[in-house]
Design a protein around this ligand. Structure first.
Ligand code: 26Q
Length: 822
């Protein structure tokens, strides 16, 4: 079916070329002689859009005509990356486009490099949303992604003298060919003000919110092309503008300047993505961002529902499901209640019944510092009516649900209450989400188990079955077919060509895992990819690396729980071993990092600095004869990941057990034939199950062992004194060895691991990690064994197709039917 639909866009390179040239003239206003690469890129996008927009319109029309039930994916982040190659892959025209550009004396890859990444997300959660919209379209499910049209996405990272500098990301400064503004669907959103209590003739209470400000939400639509391009769904992102609503008076009173100030304030809402990852900022602007996009989206959903169903709310839960991507859009729950109770004048119970059938919530973290809470004072200032509604939801919940389940148990009531009592009263968004949703899911088996047992145990008792699991996945279209074309072509010679939608078919490669010819081809492709990455490394860092060396890659946000510092300490230990014994037996190794630190996260930035200083020293030390190289690639992002992942031999997944909810980079790396060195955390456990214990290298404490060690009183000094090498490496941080003339510049890292208690038990796992790397060394030196492991990893990652995740959501939570378009 996929290839049949690809055939419908059957186009010759000549036809495609003509289309691009036509757009160069009529859309870009230039010609072949003076066009810049950017103009060629724009013209190529315009050619692709001739197909994409047509399919998008057709899809929307079909969904409307068939009045389909749809999922509405609410997320503050969509980390989409680049579109051109992806859209070509999904409409099946990559080869055609590449040839067309070649005929024009252009290099396809060079033209693709012109596209800025759409980086409207921080990391895993945002990229998951992007993979999910790809899978939803591929599987033909009616779906819409809702988010914010940030003017600035995640900051770009520069490294100056080893330190991270942040510069604004201006991804659409010169226009974005993939989006369309929809002024006909603008929404007006109230904020601030006060609530008036009124009584009608029958003595019925009625609340009226008098907002202090109105903000306009302008939608931008981005088509999301499914593989095979039958369904093209929409990602709808809201941009904030000042509304003229109040401003006429101001203008007439001569307040031209005041009005401009209001404009600036309104436009601030969608100005910038918060760069925090797994920490709560607690800032007023963030709450306003959350409310702004939820309110716009819900109004949009209701407008569409009413077009088909009028004022009858009875079918609303049958047509609409809203998935909350973490607690960030939690305020959607009281917002829908406000509309149903205050506006539609439904009685409370009926409204609450609708809400509880419409919302589902995904939890992405157990870290206490990441659980969102808003001060009641702030909430009341920004959203006075919503605070009242939350209080009402809470008191009914405590009385009608908790009291019967836990009679006279004030401790449980205190714990489950949406309001945390204390020095400053807080609104707990996680509790609100669990109470307001019909399903709550974690993102990997172990994580979901911990959500039940540690985070929300009483909720699991009250509502058995509400808490569930959906293991994350990644789209194999972007993360294999498009980023690793050589491996994809090899795979297609041995596996049905529809493997990008039936990824389990890669299992067939298992039969070839010991086949000498196949091993050679597989490892040759890996080598070629490493040659390409070596060029990128040279360009970005001026470091020369040997593509025959083992490439060991850790790519993810910089966070202490992810333990880049453990990787670094081990690299320093290898360096020390090589200095002490120049014949120390290990394969040549290149350690490669990619990581952004949140701008306000002090220790994360110290770790970035330490990695870069160690890299400087190691890379320029002739004594170790290039046996060890360390590279920190600046500005890690989706498009850089697409170059790094195909070149990885080893994938570092070394979080403290129980801390990484899932991980998704682990899946992408294994799918491309990297061997995981990892703890029994998140999806690593399921990756090990699929690949088999022999094809991953597991180390470190288990979740239960972590808990036991915490309970008995963990003391990092015990490990420091017990391990001579570990002690020597940690003491190195106090010297000026890596920071000549500046002793103690790296000392905070040692302090965090000893004096501040080593929150993530880095030292406890060090010895086991070091042994695991020795195992990796031995395996890599046996090239047949290594090739076998790499192939089995690719062969067994079928489970981690995001199509499978989406099908799990559909079966257990969303209950959608696929919709045929045409
Ligand atoms: C919260 C409040 C204020 C400002 C920012 C935030 C914020 C922003 C982003 C909090 C958390 C995030 C992102 C979290 C995240 O990416 N979590 C990751 O989600 C992945 C997909 O499920 C998992 O694979 C990772 O394990 C998890 O860390």
């Amino acid at each position: 079916a996929v290839s049949a639909s690809i055939a419908q866009f059957g186009m010759t390179p000549e036809q495609f070329k003509e289309c691009v040239v036509r757009h160069l003239h009529v859309s870009l206003g230039t010609d072949e002689n003076k066009a810049s690469k950017k103009a060629w890129w724009n013209a190529t996008c315009a050619a692709v859009n001739e197909i994409v927009f047509e399919r998008a319109t057709k899809t929307q029309k079909t969904h409307f005509q068939k009045d389909t039930r749809a999922v509405h994916y609410l997320s503050l982040e969509f980390l989409m990356g680049r579109f051109l190659k992806n859209n070509l892959t999904n409409i099946g025209l990559t080869e055609v486009a590449a040839q067309a550009l070649e005929q024009l004396d252009l290099d396809f890859n060079e033209i693709c490099e012109e596209e800025p990444d759409m980086a409207l997300g921080n990391g895993g959660l945002g990229r998951l949303a992007a993979c999910f919209v790809d899978s939803l379209a591929t599987l033909g499910y009616p779906a819409i992604g809702y988010g914010i049209h940030y003017e600035h996405g995640l900051f770009t990272q520069e490294i100056k003298h080893g330190r991270q500098l942040e510069r604004p990301d201006s991804w659409r400064e010169y226009g974005n060919p993939w989006e369309i503004c929809r002024p006909e669907s603008i929404q007006e959103i109230p904020l601030y003000g006060y609530v008036e209590t009124k009584y009608d003739e029958n003595g019925r209470i009625h609340k009226e919110w008098h907002p202090g400000r109105i903000i306009k939400g302008v939608p931008w639509d981005i088509p999301v092309v499914g593989y095979g391009a039958k369904t093209v769904n929409i990602l709808r992102l809201w941009e904030s503008r000042a509304s003229d609503f109040f401003n006429w008076d101001v203008f007439n009173a001569g307040g031209y300047l005041d009005a401009q100030v209001e404009n600036v304030q309104a436009e601030t809402i969608s100005k910038v993505l918060y760069p925090n990852d797994n920490t709560d900022a607690g800032k007023e602007l963030r709450l306003i961002q959350q409310y702004f996009f939820c309110a716009c989206s819900i109004k949009d959903i209701i407008r569409r529902y009413k077009r088909a169903h009028g004022d009858n709310w009875d079918n609303f839960p049958a047509q609409v499901v809203m998935q909350l991507n973490d607690t960030h859009p939690a305020v959607a729950i009281p917002e829908l209640m406000r509309i149903l109770v205050d506006r539609a004048e439904l009685d409370w119970d009926k409204a609450w019944g609708i809400c509880q059938k419409v919302f589902a919530y995904t939890n992405h973290t157990l870290l206490p510092e990441a659980l969102e809470k808003w001060s009641v004072r702030l909430f009341e200032k920004v959203l006075p009516r919503h605070l009242e509604i939350i209080y009402e939801i809470n008191s009914r919940f405590l009385e009608e649900v908790v009291e019967p389940a836990f009679p006279d148990n004030d401790e449980v009531k205190r714990k489950l209450s949406i309001i945390e009592e204390g020095h400053e009263k807080m609104v707990r968004m996680g509790n609100l989400c669990v109470i307001g949703s019909f399903k709550v899911n974690g993102v990997a088996e172990i994580h979901s188990k911990l959500v039940k047992s540690d985070l929300f145990p009483e909720f699991d008792k009250i509502w058995p079955g509400k808490l569930t699991n959906v293991t994350n996945g990644v789209t194999p279209r972007r993360w294999l077919k498009s980023c690793n074309p050589a491996l994809s072509n090899l795979i297609s010679k041995h596996v049905d060509e529809d493997w990008p939608v039936h990824l389990d078919k890669l299992q067939k490669l298992n039969d070839l895992a010991d086949d000498k010819k196949f091993q050679k081809e597989f490892m040759q492709i890996k080598h070629d990819n490493k040659v390409e990455l070596a060029k990128v490394i040279k360009e970005l860092t001026n470091v020369d690396v040997d593509p025959t060396a083992l490439f060991d890659i850790q790519i993810k946000r910089l966070h202490e729980y992810k333990r880049q510092q453990l990787n670094l300490i081990h690299i320093m230990a290898l360096y020390r071993r090589l200095l002490q014994d120049p014949d120390y037996d290990m394969p040549k190794r290149v350690f490669i990092f990619g990581a952004k630190a949140a701008p306000g996260y002090y220790m994360a930035k110290e770790i970035v600095y330490a990695i870069n200083k160690v890299a400087d020293k190691v890379n320029n030390d002739s004594r170790i004869k290039d046996k060890l190289k360390v590279v920190f690639l600046p500005n890690y992002r989706v498009s850089l990941a697409e170059k790094m992942i195909p070149a990885a031999d080893v994938s570092e997944q070394i979080s403290l057990a129980g801390k990484e909810a899932s991980g998704t980079g682990n899946m992408k790396l294994a799918l491309n034939g990297a061997v995981t060195i990892g703890t029994l955390d998140g999806a690593n456990i399921e990756i090990a199950e699929e690949a088999g214990e022999d094809n991953v290298v597991i180390f470190g404490l288990t979740v239960d062992e972590v808990k036991a060690k915490k309970a008995e009183g963990y003391n990092p000094w015990d490990y420091y004194y017990a391990n001579e090498e570990l002690k020597a490496v940690l003491d190195w941080f106090d010297t000026d060895y890596f920071t000549p003339g500046k002793p103690g510049e790296l000392a905070e890292i040692k302090r965090s691991l000893l004096d501040y208690g080593d929150t993530y038990m880095t030292l406890a796992d060090y010895a086991s990690y070091s042994d695991a790397h020795k195992k990796i060394d031995a395996l890599y030196q046996d090239s047949a064994k290594w090739a076998r492991m790499a192939i089995v990893n690719t062969a067994t990652m079928g489970k981690f197709n995001s199509d499978r995740s989406i099908q799990d959501y559909v079966n257990n939570i969303w209950k959608l039917d696929p919709c045929n378009v045409e």
